[in-house]
Design a protein around this ligand. Structure first.
Ligand SMILES: [Zn+2]
Length: 305
């Protein structure tokens, strides 16, 4: 069922500005009670056409895995499969093989499907070098700044520690998409299990440097609860108020709030808005506290919320 389509903007390397269509449709998968989405991004560059489909696959209670299929190269990958079964069901339904499993970090709810999927499809596991000893079945270990080709698409690896020691995000500049695992959520960031507020701020700052139109695919559907927390800190933020209404409608109809966009997160996410006077006043952050101290205070408040 086609729900919506919108024009988004791309630029050729020679500086010629082009438009390409991002068509959004969604599908039900029998293995999942919740609906999954398919995003088709088609780029038209000179005479060649490239197409990557991104499926949002609900797993466990509130995790999302993402299935990427480059229709031109015939390559399929999955990001953060917490369990194998929903992934297998989608692959069967779409009659696809699986070439790659990508992990943002070692937590079981992002890697739990690795071994089953690897055995079944002979897929290669790609993950963070810094945590290569904790990623089940890892074959390719990537470091900060590494590029890696997924089919015809170049993927840039960003080290984003804070939630875990070896967390990475996967950025596809041509698709204008980043997979952020448990570093950046819509309206929140990951808990600081193995890292510091300084590390998390540095990681979030790397992501914030990307274009505002970047689509953000995170590891969990936490947005409604995060929106309520965010509004408690910054009730007069108009962009946040309208996003809250949108999020409620999406969740009431069982649809994902993901992907979000980086521009929206900059306007609404309290962890990216630690310079906001209203947030600082609500949380009681002393004047003169820097961004890292402010982030630590907002994180501490959320941990108790
Ligand atoms: Zn995690």
């Amino acid at each position: 069922m086609q729900l919506a389509s919108r024009m988004i903007h791309g630029t050729l390397s020679k500086g010629i500005s082009i438009n390409f269509r991002l068509a959004t449709s969604w599908h039900m998968y029998s293995a999942c009670k919740a609906p999954s989405w398919t995003l088709k991004s088609r780029r038209f560059q000179m005479s060649t056409v490239s197409a990557v489909q991104i499926d949002v696959v609900p797993c466990l209670k509130d995790n999302y895995a993402y299935l990427l299929h480059d229709t031109e190269a015939g390559v399929t990958g999955v990001i953060d499969p917490s369990e194998a079964k929903p992934i297998i069901e989608v692959l069967k339904k779409k009659d696809l093989d699986l070439s790659f499993i990508l992990n943002t970090h070692h937590h079981w709810d992002h890697t739990g499907g690795n071994i089953d999927l690897k055995r079944r499809y002979n897929a290669k596991v790609v993950g963070p070098y810094a945590d290569k000893d904790r990623i089940p079945g890892i074959d390719v270990a990537l470091k900060d700044g590494d590029t890696w080709m997924f089919g015809n698409e170049k993927m840039l690896v960003l080290d984003t520690p804070g939630h875990t020691r070896g967390h990475v995000c996967f950025y596809f500049s041509n698709l204008k998409a980043i997979f952020t695992g448990d570093t950046l959520f819509s309206l929140s960031c990951g808990k600081l299990f193995e890292g510091t507020a300084q590390q998390m701020w540095t990681s979030l700052s790397k992501i914030m440097a990307l274009p505002d139109e970047t689509l953000v695919y995170c590891g969990h559907e936490y947005t409604l609860s995060n929106a309520e927390f965010s509004l408690s800190l910054e009730p007069s933020n108009a962009a946040l108020q309208s996003y809250y209404i949108e999020v409620k409608e999406l969740r009431q109809s069982g649809r994902p709030t993901i992907p979000t966009t980086l521009g929206r997160e900059k306007a609404c996410n309290p962890f990216l808005r630690v310079l906001s006077d209203e947030i600082r006043s609500t949380v009681g952050i002393p004047p003169g506290a820097d961004e890292v101290q402010a982030l630590a205070a907002v994180r501490a408040r959320k941990d108790k919320w």
